[in-house]
Design a protein around this ligand. Structure first.
Ligand code: CU
Length: 507
């Protein structure tokens, strides 16, 4: 190892010489001085003395909202009161989960303080909680980040105080054993420690946080889903979500902006396991304060957000339409829920972009909030009152995000490429066959309404039994098909029977 040190030193000297050489009017002494000038000094220069004025109660906000900029020129004593609430909430349409939360939401309340502030933190664990909890704030200087001082039993409050010495965007999370389980249940959020001058002004600020979730049932399995410790240890999430719920930020809940505005996202990643490749489809981040730190990078497509990390990104909105926020580890976006949306209103800018909505391409049925029908069907099924009509409605919503890409929303298909489902001769001959086709896919030659197709339909085995039942019932009762009803049990039996609907094997 020792022999490497002179080599590195030599490289540094050479680099300095090269820099100085091409600098024109600059001289060699400039370079190190500039480097020092841009150094904020970190915690060494983060103490601006004792708090001044009356104590201030921190404004806490629920996601996707962010407290307003502080516009304060001196350090203060800031009181934060955060409640730990364990509660059942939807994690997807028709699916519930028992979340453990900071402030009743996932992610927890957003906290905003100024560098040099003295923060008096009150953590209250609600009396109806079943578990003890604590908090580790990554913006705290001191062992455990507050965890050791904040262990709080149900019905108790604990208090600790820290000085926010480093500016930046920091994750906070529960650190009670088993830590992974507390985090997986939603116990994380963000605290922004503003630099003394604040951040540059923007038109809108939003709070988005990714997390991975582990349920015993598969993705979209309806009803209440318990936490699955094995899947969590194996790092095989069932859901990867922004703001704790599939659809938390799509359809009517989409983030909003207008053209001509600059939008800032405070994005955190609670994990517990996955690293996020955060990307906004159709936008380029003008600035990214990567890792939530002091410096920004410019003109970024995708920024990496580690588990237990955060980033701040600004972008100017030029063109109206829907922008899709994803984890660009893309199966997570389209098959595990890591998809959010920002809708920008304003006049078209044809000179920048020719137009045509991105919605249908990237989101299918997720763009509109009609997935409510799916939840209604699930509720009805649970009560033993599921009607054919419920199934048709739910099936229609699911068809939009699943089958319509190929067979088209009106079931007419695309001539020579995707066969029609409307008045389908295949379904007329044997309506029950739809279950096998959806579960196992279809390949080889098939004649539909007198026209030959010889292509491949991939198995849709990401769908749950009730989803297949609802979609099948919808198709059978639409566009002049023979009608009839497919129940969940029939789908389960066909799935268990395995095999395929391959034409070649049948003929
Ligand atoms: Cu906890």
């Amino acid at each position: 190892m020792k022999t490497r040190i002179p080599a590195l030193t030599l490289a540094a000297v050479l680099a300095a010489v090269v820099l100085a050489g091409c600098g024109g009017s600059r001289n060699a002494a400039d370079a190190p001085k500039e480097a020092v000038a841009t150094d904020t000094g970190g915690s060494l220069k983060g103490d601006f003395g004792p708090p001044q004025g009356q104590p201030i109660n921190a404004v806490l906000t629920s996601p996707p909202n962010v407290p307003p900029p502080l516009n304060r020129d001196h350090p203060a004593k800031v009181v934060v009161e955060l409640d730990v609430v364990e509660k059942e909430m939807p994690i997807s349409e028709g699916v519930t989960y028992t979340f453990w939360t900071f402030g009743g939401t996932v992610p927890g309340s957003f906290i905003r303080v100024r560098q040099g502030d003295t923060v008096q933190f009150h953590l209250r664990n609600m009396p109806d909680s079943k578990m003890p909890h604590n908090i580790d704030l990554h913006g705290v200087t001191g062992p455990g980040g507050g965890a050791a001082s904040s262990f709080t039993a149900p019905g108790h409050v604990s208090r600790f105080t820290f000085k926010a010495l480093n500016a930046g965007l920091y994750v906070y999370h529960c650190a009670t054993a088993p830590v992974g389980m507390h985090v997986a249940n939603g116990m994380y959020g963000l605290i922004l420690v503003e630099p003394p001058g604040g951040l540059p002004k923007v038109d809108r600020e939003y709070y988005v946080m990714q997390g991975d979730f582990y349920t015993t049932g598969k993705y979209h399995e309806k009803g209440h889903q318990p936490f699955d410790m094995e899947k969590a240890i194996e790092e095989h999430p069932t859901y990867v979500l922004f703001n704790g719920k599939e659809g938390a930020l799509t359809g009517d809940n989409a983030l909003k902006a207008k053209t001509g505005e600059t939008v800032r996202l405070f994005v955190g990643n609670g994990g517990p396991n996955l690293v996020s490749s955060f990307h906004v489809i159709g936008e380029i981040f003008d600035k990214v304060w990567f890792e939530g730190g002091t410096r920004f990078q410019e003109n970024v497509q995708t920024t990496l957000i580690p588990s237990g990390g955060a980033a701040i990104m600004d972008f100017h909105v030029e063109v109206p339409g829907s922008y899709i926020l994803v984890d660009h580890s893309i199966f997570r976006a389209f098959n595990k829920g890591a998809l959010a949306m920002l809708k920008a209103e304003g006049a078209e800018r044809a000179e920048i972009y020719s137009g045509k909505e991105v919605d249908a391409v990237y989101t299918g049925g997720r763009a509109s909030p009609n997935l409510a029908a799916v939840a209604e069907a699930a509720t009805a099924a649970k009560a033993g009152a599921l009607t054919q009509e419920d199934q048709v409605k739910a099936g229609q919503a699911l068809f939009a995000g699943t089958c319509s890409t190929c067979h088209q929303a009106n079931g007419e298909g695309l001539k020579g490429v995707f066969p029609p489902l409307a008045k389908s001769s295949v379904l007329k001959e044997n309506p029950r066959r739809i279950v096998d086709i959806v579960l196992h896919g279809l390949s080889g030659p098939v004649t539909v309404n007198g026209e030959q197709y010889n292509s491949v339909m991939p198995p849709m085995n990401q769908l749950t039994d009730d989803e297949v039942a609802n979609i099948s019932t919808y198709v059978l009762n639409s566009w002049g098909n023979p009608g009839g009803r497919v129940e969940k049990a029939e789908v389960a039996a066909r799935r268990a029977a395995g095999g395929g609907a391959n034409n070649a094997a049948e003929h």
